[in-house]
Write a protein that binds this ligand. Structure first.
Ligand code: FEO
Length: 171
């Protein structure tokens, strides 16, 4: 079992991960509408990964005998100005998610809930990668002088991203 507080925090995070999927899908749609199909692919895969992050939380709550709740997912702000705007919003969003994961881990530590700490460790590591990826996009486009040629080069590179299901050691 886990505490009611931890159950509620995990359910909130499951919703937040689904929101991330929704947000990144909106970005994928924006890139598709601009014929930047490589970035559309990259963000579509990003959304798939976020759904994995959400369902892994659902699976964990069920395994420890807690309830999985399906909370309302708010609509993302889908007004994007440019690829750089999207990359900056991605980094900003991931920094918020990192803070949420840190809050969850902090609560698990306070409660001496060791199994949830172990479960959350995967998310702590994942957030390092998420922020690194978003920072990489921003820096690369800055190096390219935020130019159209740079965007097209990066779009071609983003087209090569393939989906790999998130895997977590669960025992
Ligand atoms: Fe689920 Fe982008 O972190």
């Amino acid at each position: 079992m886990i505490s009611k507080k931890m159950e509620s925090m995990l359910n909130e995070q499951m919703k937040n991960e689904f929101f991330s999927a929704y947000f990144y899908l909106a970005m994928a749609a924006w890139f598709s509408s601009k014929n930047l199909n490589g970035f559309a692919n990259w963000y579509r895969i990003q959304a798939q990964e976020e759904r994995d992050h959400a369902t892994m939380i659902m699976d964990y709550t069920l395994r420890v005998g807690a309830n999985a709740e399906f909370l309302t997912i708010e609509a993302p702000d889908a007004n994007f100005a440019s690829p750089m705007d999207i990359f900056e919003k991605t980094l900003e969003h991931e920094q918020k998610v990192t803070a949420m994961i840190n809050d969850l881990m902090g609560a698990a530590i306070d409660e001496r809930d060791f199994k949830t700490q172990q479960f959350l460790q995967w998310y702590v590591s994942e957030q390092v990668e998420e922020e690194e990826n978003a920072t990489g996009l921003i820096e690369k486009l800055r190096i390219a002088g935020n130019s159209e040629a740079g965007i097209l080069y990066m779009d071609a590179e983003a087209a090569t991203r393939v989906y790999t299901p998130a895997v977590q050691a669960t025992t």
